[in-house]
Design a protein around this ligand. Structure first.
Ligand code: TXA
Ligand code: MG
Length: 340
């Protein structure tokens, strides 16, 4: 059975979502980054249903979404986000930033994966804010997809990935940013603010407030850190088909080779590349923001596409993105999506 889908911008939809959430059911809603799968964050039983629906290990902590900075502070130890956290919140909440702080005592371990820290975010989407305000309580919300699969940037992606494990999907159209929030650890125990997950808030914007913010690539992350923040897992965001990322100059030859082997091939491009006309393709914007906005929707379409011959696509060949820092977050998603 498919879940119910209602327009996100109607007060009646928000009221129905609140009713279902209070009843312990899961509701997917749009944010400015990706769709979230919501449940009451302070109720361990409700939160457990998120892990079950996603097929995600319960040791992986969830983000608590709140309506404003004040509600964020209420979930933090000592009622403050700390110096750096407060400065970042003042500048970027609401927005695509998630802050990791020490948790207040009443925040359940079911939410935090058993750890003493909690991740907090104020989403910028009007429907998400309307929902949080009407609910008057924090919402736990991971991306509304099955564990390790493609992130959902449209309501139909949620329906396809989760089916009736979700009671209601609030449809707000395509998400603006298209990739998840940037996760930053601002705990006092960490010497410099540490970026745990690259995301829709650029490193440049982050550093304009948190001067020394550092990002250490996955390869440098220790096992303990990986456990602490599963967003660092190498395999994530993966399509069903195999994804291969290759330089622009090699796309045509790689596609020809795969077609010779009898593979069903689809292609994700930024630039025009001469290819056999029957090869299914998607072309993304050349700007980092435009690329991020379109990335997951394009991958969802290609992953579902019928290739040359019978059946679904076996391999998606993606043209690599520039090595500029502005592309760090989309490069991260591409790399993980292609990791097996
Ligand atoms: O944009 C987003 O952040 C979306 C929308 C729905 O808000 N949500 C999202 O949630 O991406 P999820 O659960 O798919 O990713 C949460 C990320 C993971 O990388 C997780 O490891 C990290 O945040 N995280 C959550 N709590 C943490 C904590 N206490 N310490 C370290 N990392 C944490
Ligand atoms: Mg996710």
């Amino acid at each position: 059975m498919a879940p119910r889908v209602l327009p996100a911008d109607s007060p009646a939809s928000i009221a129905e979502a609140v009713r279902l959430l209070r009843d312990g059911q899961l509701v997917a809603f749009p944010t400015e980054t990706v769709y979230g799968l919501g449940a009451l964050a302070l109720d361990p039983v409700h939160v457990a249903r998120i892990f079950e629906a996603k097929g995600r290990p319960s040791s992986h902590p969830l983000i608590a979404h709140v309506a404003d900075v004040k509600s964020a502070r209420a979930l933090a130890k000592g009622g403050t986000l700390g110096d750096v956290g407060e400065a970042l919140a003042a500048r970027f909440f609401p927005g695509p930033l998630t802050l990791v702080v020490e948790k207040a005592a009443h925040v359940p371990l079911a939410l935090t994966g058993g750890g003493s820290s909690v991740a907090l975010r104020v989403p910028a989407h009007p429907a998400a804010l309307a929902l949080l305000e009407a609910l008057g309580a924090p919402l736990a919300a991971p991306s509304a997809n099955r564990f390790q699969s493609l992130s959902p940037t449209e309501a139909s992606h949620v329906v396809r990935s989760l089916g009736d494990a979700v009671a209601l999907v609030l449809d707000g159209g395509p998400c603006e940013a298209g990739i998840e929030s940037t996760v930053v650890d601002v705990r006092a125990s960490v010497p410099l603010p540490r970026v745990l997950r690259l995301g829709a808030l650029s490193l440049e914007a982050l550093r304009s407030v948190a001067k020394g913010a550092v990002f250490e690539p996955t390869s440098a992350a220790s096992r303990d850190e990986q456990r602490a923040s599963p967003g660092l897992d190498p395999k994530h965001y993966a399509p069903r088909a195999r994804l291969r990322v290759v330089a622009r100059s090699e796309v045509a030859a790689v596609v020809a080779g795969l077609l010779d082997e009898g593979a069903r091939v689809a292609v994700l491009l930024v630039h025009d590349v001469a290819l056999p006309s029957h090869v299914v393709r998607e072309q993304l914007d050349a700007s980092a923001e435009g690329y991020a906005h379109g990335l997951f929707s394009a991958l969802h379409r290609l992953d579902a596409a019928e290739g040359e011959g019978e059946g679904e696509v076996d391999v998606i060949v993606a043209e690599d993105v520039p090595t500029l820092e502005a592309f760090a977050a989309v490069r991260d998603r591409l790399t993980r999506a292609s990791s097996t």
